[in-house]
Ligand binder design. Structure first.
Ligand SMILES: [Zn+2]
Ligand SMILES: [Zn+2]
Length: 201
């Protein structure tokens, strides 16, 4: 059984290259981690959110059952910072028959993800070229043909760093890029992953 804990105070001694830092440092309050070692009054804890090791006082660490967290419970673990937070700190995504479904990322982490560069001159110019409703359209990524606003929703694809519009693509591909965090690294990883597994058969 993995010993998951929540570090209530959010402070400890950073443990790096087998050396314990002299001064106590703060990390995310209620960060979730795994106990790696017991050291007397202290635990050596690996924090999953920041991928770092800390020496933390036993009194400040509380063991939790991670399978009893989430939308159906009072507390939920954010999939980015991996801090245990009250479930209402996660925005509602939708309601369905099974109850409320909330976003996997806490409000605090979402604001830093959603932060995008302000609209540029280029973006304003590009917007004028947006394909009009009823026009034929071919998505530059999936190559699927559609009738704009009728058989597919066409959206502007933004470069989140510059705020410029790269091009117009179908909503489905836009969601796809978003799933890969708009990052070339993740896309390359995905391609390499598929290639690696292809080579095996
Ligand atoms: Zn978070
Ligand atoms: Zn597409």
């Amino acid at each position: 059984m993995n010993k998951w804990v929540v570090c209530k105070q959010g402070k400890g001694y950073l443990f790096k290259d087998n050396v314990q830092e002299k001064f106590e440092t703060n990390f995310g309050k209620d960060a979730v981690g795994l106990i790696k070692e017991e050291r007397g009054e202290y635990f050596l804890v690996w924090l999953i959110g920041s991928d770092s090791h800390w020496i933390i006082s036993r009194n400040e660490v509380k063991q939790i059952d991670v399978t009893k967290t989430g939308d159906k419970f009072d507390f939920k673990i954010c999939n980015v910072c991996h801090c245990l937070k009250p479930t209402e700190k996660f925005d509602r995504n939708q309601n369905n028959l099974h109850g409320i479904i909330r976003r996997p990322t806490c409000q605090k982490c979402r604001t830093s993800i959603d932060k995008r560069a302000p609209k540029t001159k280029q973006a304003k110019q590009m917007e004028k070229q947006k394909p009009k409703k009823g026009e034929p359209f071919t998505c530059p990524i999936c190559r699927k043909r559609s009738i704009v606003g009728v058989t597919a929703k066409i959206v502007a694809d933004h470069d989140h760093h510059t705020g410029n519009i790269r091009d117009f693509i179908c909503d489905s591909c836009n969601t796809g890029l978003g799933r890969f965090k708009n990052g070339e690294n993740y896309l390359m990883n995905a391609i390499n992953y598929i290639k690696d597994h292809d080579a095996l058969d």
